[in-house]
Ligand binder design. Structure first.
Ligand SMILES: O=C(O)CCC(=O)C(=O)O
Ligand SMILES: [Fe+2]
Length: 131
């Protein structure tokens, strides 16, 4: 929930995985990294609160969803490498409040839902999927 002046500074949902698998946290060990994000808007601010992807496209992409809308995006490609352009944040609220529910989709358990990439090429690049 965001109240006036509330915001979420630009960040990646995809986390840095410790190089030693034993050192990774419980979530990372059992469910893997956050391959995708599902963001459901439950309450929309009167002003402000857009979700912004500053590195997406030429000038960034700003999304101002309505109540009941959901945003879904990938944070990593099929090789679990972070998508640089998945950087995002929530703009400050200037009037009203925003309530949203986030589901971070983890990699483990999703393996059979997308066909595996063939050869050395990276498939399912964020840009290819969304632009
Ligand atoms: O509220 C938003 O627009 C962004 C939320 C977000 O980045 C997150 O939950 O990871
Ligand atoms: Fe996020």
């Amino acid at each position: 929930m965001y109240e006036p002046k509330g915001h979420y500074a630009p960040h990646y949902d995809h986390l840095f995985a410790h190089s030693d698998p034993e050192q990774r946290d419980w979530w990372m060990k059992h469910f893997g990294n956050r391959i995708a994000t599902f963001l459901l808007i439950l309450e929309k601010a009167e002003r402000g609160g857009a979700t912004v992807f500053p590195l997406l496209g030429r000038n960034g992409v700003t999304v101002q969803p309505n109540i009941g809308d959901a945003l879904f995006w990938f944070n990593a490609d099929a090789t679990d490498e972070r998508e640089r352009s998945s950087l995002h944040g929530a703009c400050p609220i200037t009037a009203g409040r925003k309530v949203a529910a986030t589901i971070w989709v983890r990699t483990i358990g999703q393996e059979l839902l997308l066909p595996c990439p063939t050869g050395d090429s990276r498939s399912y690049l964020f840009e290819q999927t969304f632009l």
